[in-house]
Structure formats: C-alpha cells, structure tokens
Design a protein around this ligand. Structure first.
Ligand code: P6P
Length: 315
C-alpha cells in the first residue's frame, strides 16, 4: 500500500494537525488540475476582465482557482482565514472564525503560461493565529516571519500533478494517481544538491537589476559553468532547482524596486521548502525566513537554491 497524504500525520510536532489542511490542499489541487485540463475546450482561458491587487490582469482561471482553494480550506474546518494573491483583504471563513490556522496562498502561480499550455502551480503556507480564538481573525495574524510557518508547499500542474510539502520534518513529494484518485508518495525526503545544476532567472531584466546583481551573475556563470533554465512560473523553476541543484533568483530592479515576488505566499513558502530541503533562501542580505512582514502583499527580492551557488552569487 503506497504512502498517501495521511503519511503527514506522522511527521513532526504539527503533522497530525496539518494533515487535514494539506488534504484540503490536495482536494483543491485535484479540482484545479481537472479545470486546467479542459479549460481550452471550454473557452475558460484568457482574461477575466479585472485586475488583482497587484495591478496584474486576472485570468479567468486565477479567479476560479482562488474560489476552489477557498472552498476546500473552508471544508477542512481548521482554517479561520485565507490571505490570497487574488484578494486585496484577508478572507475570514465566518463559520470557522474560531479555528487555529490561517493559510496564505497564490492559487494559480504563473498563470500567464496557461495560454501556451505551460506549467503553473499553487503555493501555500500555514501559520497559527496570534489573536485569541474568540476574536475575528485579523490581517496581523498573517504578518509572521517564515520562522513561524507551521507547514508550506506547492502544487505543480505539469505532465503529472505533484504536491510537495513540509511540516518542518523534511520535504516530501506526492504525485496524483488518477487510477486511485489520490496523491501517493513519490519523492520521499527531497534534498537539493549542494551545488551545480542550473541558474534560473529572467535575464532580460539584467540591465535594470539592483545591488550589482548583473556582475554577480556573470561571476557565478564563469565560476560554476551552470546551465540556464527559466519557465516563468516560480513553482516549476523552484521544483527543478530542488531536484537538480542550482539557484533561482528574482532580483529587485528599477521597475520592481522591492522585488516582484510576494513575501507571504511566494518567497516564504518556497524559502521554507528550500531550507527544509537543505538549501538556502536569501533576500539580498537577510534570510527570507527572517524577514518580519509588514503587509499582506509585500514584495521582496529572492535568491533560493543550493547553498554553494547562493553563497557564490551573493558573494
Ligand atoms: P517574469 C508569475 O507571474 C510570477 O509571479 C512567478 O511565478 C514567476 O517566477 C515570475 O512571476 C515571472 O516573472 O517577470 O519573468 O515574467
């Protein structure tokens, strides 16, 4: 009998509490994957007509994925509120506003890949509320550094649908088995190689990078002779980086002066996973997980990957 998401209950201090929440993520992933597979045939690709809080054009599937994810978090009964890339304000789950946990989510990361049938993902992290359970959850409950993350992970919608997650006891990858309609353990204890692999960045922005990152990258390429891969969806680029080694980076530049990627539902969950997999997660001169968040949709520069490569890059 293969290990399933039930396996999470046996992992670390928070495994049993996090299993139902991650099972909820799994149910949302299965439904989102099914919607993605048929989207082009149902005319469900393309813009929804609005903009999200980031000022980015919302895809119809961004909106639908957000609704699916919220509903599955509600159905767990353990989540009191959700902070989503697609929602300006914290979404309180009224009937469970007394519950212990909040979930931060990018429901459909890399959705600009959808109309070219490219990989996309879901990124999530879980924190324990700071406010009393008798009170209504508040956005301040989400403003906790990555050192307080209880669980985090991502779903990769690629040739297979993978759910990769950690509850603080290593990183484990589960692949959806359509025949059995469940996620089964396929990548136990994922560890990033100490060095090597690829560098992964949108090099078109190099001339605009802050912090001399252009010179640093040239030096890294000369020193390490890395290959280059860039999908344009953080989940896909990060998954490859963990499996093959190397470094993924999105520096600040003169357009995104504090960086493009969002701290609470991209950098922190991915930084948590990277550190649990034996890698390093930096935001220029501070560890991603040490940043004290100040706003729900705050952006930061990120340098995530093999310790040797991140150290070489940042000098
Ligand atoms: P660019 C997708 O929009 C995203 O948030 C990440 O998934 C991805 O790593 C990055 O932005 C891609 O940004 O500027 O290279 O298109």
């Amino acid at each position: 009998m293969p290990s399933t998401l039930n396996n999470i209950a046996k992992q670390g201090e928070y495994g049993s509490a996090m299993m139902p929440v991650i099972q909820g993520v799994g149910r949302a992933a299965i439904e989102i994957a099914a919607v993605l597979r048929g989207a082009v045939l149902r005319g469900a690709l393309g813009a929804a007509g609005g903009e999200n809080v980031q000022g980015e054009q919302q895809q119809m599937l961004d909106v639908l994925s957000d609704e699916i994810f919220l509903e599955e978090m509600r159905s767990t009964g353990f989540v009191c509120a959700v902070g989503s890339e697609e929602q300006e304000e914290l979404l309180v789950i009224e009937e469970y506003s007394h519950a212990d946990y909040l979930v931060l989510v990018d429901p459909l990361d890399g959705s600009s890949n959808l109309d070219v049938d490219g990989p996309v993902g879901t990124i999530f992290s879980v924190v324990k509320r700071k406010t009393p359970n008798s009170e209504t959850p508040h956005v301040s409950d989400t403003l906790q550094s990555g050192r307080h993350v209880i669980a985090a992970g991502y779903v990769l919608y690629g040739p297979s649908t993978m759910l990769v997650c950690s509850v603080g006891a290593g990183v484990h990858g589960y692949t959806f088995n359509p025949a059995a309609a469940r996620f089964e353990l396929s990548h136990a204890d994922m560890r990033i190689p100490e060095s090597g692999g690829y560098y992964s960045v949108n090099e078109a922005n190099k001339a605009k990078w802050a912090d001399n990152m252009g010179e640093n990258l040239i030096r890294l390429k000369q020193e390490k002779g890395l290959g280059m891969r860039y999908v344009g969806a953080m989940v896909a680029d990060m998954h490859r980086t963990i499996l093959k080694g190397g470094v993924f980076l999105y520096p600040a530049d003169d357009k995104n002066v504090t960086g493009k990627l969002r701290l609470l539902y991209e950098a922190i969950p991915m930084g948590f996973i990277m550190e649990q997999a034996g890698g390093k997660s930096m935001s220029k001169d501070i560890a991603v997980l040490d940043i004290e968040p100040e706003a729900l949709h705050q952006r930061v520069p990120v340098y995530l990957g093999s310790k040797d490569n991140v150290d070489s890059l940042l000098g």
